[in-house]
Design a protein around this ligand. Structure first.
Ligand code: SF4
Length: 393
């Protein structure tokens, strides 16, 4: 350990790292960057030991229709475009059952935001299934999957208000929304969220706060490389930190790197570099502390992803042996055994968790609705992790 690493750990423990210092660390290079990574790694190890987790999931793309147009999105489609699709209840169940057969325990619902407000075709499709809004349909499909398969729903429902969050809480033990970045600049002309009315930072922050008031174990995070400054990254982490201090419900923070893809408005933007990703993870660890669960998706950093462990993550997120990553279809998930091997090579033991993190099952009371408690406990071991690793092909 260098003196500088020790100093950073100390400052982190005392919540004494200023926004200016954190911003400077976001640009650290050479030996200063090594000090940063070392401090983040030690902080994680002291709190989490040598355990790194993942969730075995199926990915259910409930609808690819969306009223927003984010500059980096490959998921959404407008009505009539190839791939425009709202899954029927039968299709939802078919995917969930395939996941169940392969040992999955999480049903990750991803969907566009309120397409019925922009496209009459979306409203008509929902009406055909017997629902008025996408959120009505999402709540019903979470319940269906839970009751028919026992898989635990984790929806990424877009920007919602209190009433809808409360409804979803009854059918999903955890949920999430990425803050991505809290800077209002992202909505200016030419920026990633110019045409995304649901990406108003204040509304997203308010949603995460409401989730805390409703005691919902919540996943959020940053998307880096979409035109934000280093200070704006830090500001986003500090907002997350304050929300966590107020409500204690942030179960996980994702640090996701932008990757350019053909046919998106930001196709010509440079990818966020590996060094940027590592520095952001490490600064997130220092600002949010050793106990926070920090994740980076392994499929977005192929071959180098063990380095993410050295920067301070303790979770690989959802990995599916069944379905592709519909958000990043060009980036296959690693096989789980390969993930375990890479983790072991870096000195870490892979452990399966549920969509809701162990600390929210027992140690933090009031975070599971009564109706979900049995469904969660049936699949959890004494420590709150997923019951016995099962050996599926
Ligand atoms: S809100 Fe989500 S689905 Fe819609 S365009 Fe943005 S990233 Fe894509």
């Amino acid at each position: 350990m260098t003196d500088r690493s020790t100093e950073l750990i100390q400052k982190s423990a005392e919540s004494a790292l200023s926004a200016e210092e954190a911003t400077a660390l976001m640009g650290a290079q050479g030996p200063a960057m090594l000090d940063l990574l070392r401090a983040a790694c030690v902080l994680r190890d002291e709190a989490k030991g040598n355990r790194v987790t993942y969730s075995r999931k199926v990915f259910i793309p409930l609808t690819t229709l969306c009223r927003d147009d984010c500059g980096y999105c490959t998921f959404k489609r407008d009505p009539g475009q190839p791939g425009a699709k709202t899954l029927s209840p039968e299709e939802v169940l078919e995917i969930a059952r395939r996941g169940k057969a392969r040992g999955c325990k999480e049903a990750l619902f991803s969907l566009g935001d309120k397409p019925e407000l922009r496209f009459p075709e979306a409203a008509a499709e929902l009406a055909r299934f017997g629902y008025k809004t996408t959120t009505d349909y999402l709540v019903a499909m979470c319940r269906l999957v839970l009751e028919e398969t026992g898989l635990l729903p984790h929806p990424n429902p877009g920007t919602l208000g209190r009433h809808d969050l409360a409804r979803l809480r009854e059918v999903s033990p955890s949920m999430g929304v990425m803050l991505e970045n809290v800077s209002p600049r992202m909505r200016q002309p030419g920026m990633a969220h110019e045409h995304a009315p649901d990406k108003v930072p204040g509304a997203r922050v308010a949603m995460v706060r409401m989730a805390g008031e409703l005691r919902i174990p919540f996943t959020t995070g940053l998307l880096i490389g979409i035109g934000e400054t280093l200070r704006e990254r830090v500001d986003t982490l500090l907002v997350i930190k304050r929300l966590q201090e107020a409500h204690g419900h942030i179960q996980e923070v994702i640090v996701q790197n932008f990757r350019a893809k053909p046919a998106i408005p930001m196709a010509d933007w440079p990818d966020a570099t590996l060094m940027e990703l590592l520095r952001t993870i490490a600064v997130a660890r220092l600002l949010l502390g050793g106990e926070m669960n920090i994740q980076a998706p392994p499929n977005l950093s192929p071959e180098v992803y063990p380095l993410l462990l050295l920067a301070g993550i303790n979770d690989w997120g959802g990995v599916s042996p069944v379905t592709p990553d519909h958000i990043n279809p060009e980036a296959p998930w690693p096989e789980i055994q390969r993930l375990a091997q890479f983790s072991a090579d870096a000195g870490y033991a892979l452990r399966e968790r549920l969509c809701v993190y162990p600390e929210y099952i027992d140690r933090k009371p009031g975070f599971l609705s009564d109706g979900l408690r049995d469904a969660v406990l049936r699949q959890a071991d004494g420590e709150g992790y997923a019951l016995a690793e099962e050996k599926y092909a």
